[in-house]
Design a protein around this ligand. Structure first.
Ligand SMILES: [Fe+2]
Length: 352
């Protein structure tokens, strides 16, 4: 961090200082002493007047205020200053008989207190100490905020790098399985359109976009001979295929904190409303809504794409099939959203 960005201790220079005292002689004396230390001084004869001055000059680093004043006493003034100008150091002036009140001031956030009569050297020492303390507080806050931002930025970067790696894996999967080329992207696009129609937005929609893209990522662990098999699968081969949601979820576990919806999609996109899906056999609304949406998009794209074991079906036929299984296998609301957002269906309806 460049040192120029760190708040430096203010001990003199053109720093503003407000002196509040109802006795003109004391006020004048304080102003002279503080000016000799290099402060740009402002004066007020009461708490109310002081607040008006603060309105005009903004938050000064230092206020020196008397305790006993008409209209508004020093304690009330201190409370208002702490509330409105929390970064201002306030030094209170008290008489010998008011030491308990002075301690009370410290509890209420005064930087220090000075007993009258005031000596020049004492005032100088207290002012320097109060401003050094203030500078430390500001520095600490700056470091803390800077560090938090850095940690956040780093976490985002780590996530981005991880996602880039995962997306490369998704492309590698499509290269491994020519029949599913473009499948993940299409599923993602269909699902986003449906989710948008269903009211998803912002990060929820982003989760569905990414989840759609990565829903089959676990197939990277399925043997090519099984993925490409033209005939029906043996029980063992079927078991291998059904492992891909869990394997995908394990692969993407670093996203668990930031994008939990992605993991829900990857794990549950083969669940069925009637509980006959895998891997958990969830029923109805127990299946995460994001996964129910992706399942519809996945089913449509699978039907309209040529697979090793069957030819593709025309979109209108696939759409009719979605409607047929709505309620048993697929979520009816999600199917409806698909129908409403899919251009082919709209074209078919216009032709009818
Ligand atoms: Fe899948």
């Amino acid at each position: 961090m460049p040192t120029s960005q760190i708040a430096q201790p203010v001990v003199a220079g053109s720093a503003k200082c407000l002196v509040v005292d109802d006795e003109p002689a004391v006020r004048g004396y304080l102003v002279r002493m503080l000016r000799s230390q290099g402060f740009q001084c402002f004066e007020a004869a009461s708490g109310r007047e002081a607040l008006e001055v603060l309105d005009r000059i903004g938050e000064p680093p230092l206020i020196v205020s008397d305790m006993r004043m008409p209209e508004m006493d020093g304690i009330r003034f201190l409370e208002l200053v702490r509330d409105r100008y929390p970064d201002t150091s306030v030094i209170m002036l008290t008489g010998m008989s008011e030491t308990s009140t002075a301690v009370d001031c410290l509890h209420r956030g005064a930087a220090d207190f000075l007993l009258k009569p005031i000596s020049t050297s004492e005032l100088q020492a207290r002012v320097t100490r109060a401003l050094e303390k203030r500078a430390l507080v500001l520095q600490n806050r700056f470091y803390q905020e800077h560090l938090e931002r850095q940690v956040r930025e780093q976490a985002t970067r780590i996530q981005e790098v991880f996602l880039q790696g995962v997306q490369m894996l998704a492309r590698a999967l499509e290269a491994k399985d020519a029949y599913t080329r473009g499948h993940s992207i299409r599923v993602s696009q269909y699902a986003v359109a449906m989710a948008g129609r269903m009211g998803f937005e912002g990060v929820s929609l982003d989760g569905i976009r990414l989840g759609g893209e990565l829903h089959d990522i676990g197939k990277i662990g399925t043997r090519e001979a099984v993925l490409h098999k033209p005939g029906s699968l043996t029980d063992e081969e079927f078991r291998q295929i059904t492992e891909h949601p869990l394997l995908g979820e394990r692969m993407l576990s670093p996203l668990a904190q930031e994008s939990p919806a992605v993991l829900r999609i990857v794990r549950s996109h083969h669940e069925r409303l009637d509980g006959r899906g895998f891997p958990d056999g969830l029923r109805g609304e127990k299946i995460p809504i994001e996964a129910r949406i992706v399942a519809v998009a996945d089913a449509f794209d699978a039907m309209t794409t040529r697979r090793p074991y069957r030819e593709s079906r025309p979109p209108s036929e696939a759409m009719a099939e979605l409607r047929r299984v709505a309620g048993s296998q697929l979520d009816p609301e999600a199917v409806e959203a698909f129908v409403e957002t899919h251009p082919i269906e709209r074209q078919v309806e216009l032709c009818v």
